[in-house]
Design a protein around this ligand. Sequence first.
Ligand code: CA
Length: 267
Amino acid sequence: MAESSTGAVAERDVALEGGDSRVLAALKVVSTATATILLIEDHRRTRRFLADNLAADGYEILEAESAEDAERMIASEFPDIAILDLGLPDRDGLELLQDVRGSDRVAGRFDPDIPILVLSGRAGELDRLRGFKRGCDDYLVKPFSYPELQARLLALLRRGRRCQGPGRLRIGPLELDPLARQVWLRGKELKLSKKEFALLRALAGDPTRVFSREELLRGVWGFRSMGMTRTLDSHASRLRKKLARDGDKFIVNVWGVGYRLLDGTIT
Ligand code: CA
C-alpha cells in the first residue's frame, strides 16, 4: 500500500541519506573509541603493563596467555587488533599468525584480516622478516617504547578503517555495507529483504540508542501515521530471527517505546 507509493519511497530514501552522518559517527565510535585490543602475551608483568596502559588510553582489552586462548578469543570476541608475543607456552606465535592469515573468510573461525602487531624480544633482521612473511602488519622489538606502540596501533586502526571502505559499519560480529546493501554475520552473508535491511541500517546508525516506533516507521517506511506498527513489529521479529542464527541477541524490543540494535553493550 503506502509502501509502494513513490512518495513514501522518496521520503524513505531521503530519511536514509540523512542517516549517513549518524552511520559515520557510529563507525568512528565503534572503530576508534571502543576499539578492542587482544593482548597475546604470556609474561604476566608485560601483559599487566600493556593492559593497564591501553585501558587507560580508552581501549577495550582482551587478554590471552596462550595461543589457544588467543584463537578462542579471535574466533568469538572479534577484537579489532591483536598484539602478539611470539614466545608462547603452547605454540609459537608465528604459527598462530599463519593460521589466522590462512583462515577462510567465510567458513573459517578467524577474520583473516585482523590487524596484528608482533611485539617480540626476537630482534634480529631474520626474525622480523619471518614475522612479515607470516603476515604480521607491524613488528615492534622488546624492550619497546610505549608511545611508539601507541602510535603504531593508531596507524594500524586507521588503515583498517580505510580498508573497510567508506560507510562500512562493523558492530561486533555484524558488518554492514550500506552502499551495496549487504550484511555479514561472522563473515557469512545474511539474506535480508529491502525493508529488513533498511531497518537494520537505521538501528545500526546508533547501535545502543532506542529508536521509537514512530521514528523507525517514518525513517524506513515513510509512514507518518502510527497505524502500521504491526508491520514494523513483524519485520523486526523476522530480522531478529535472522540475526539470531548463531545465537546472538540483536534487535532488542524496548517495551512501549521501540527498538534498539544492542542491549547496551558492544562486544
Ligand atoms: Ca613470551
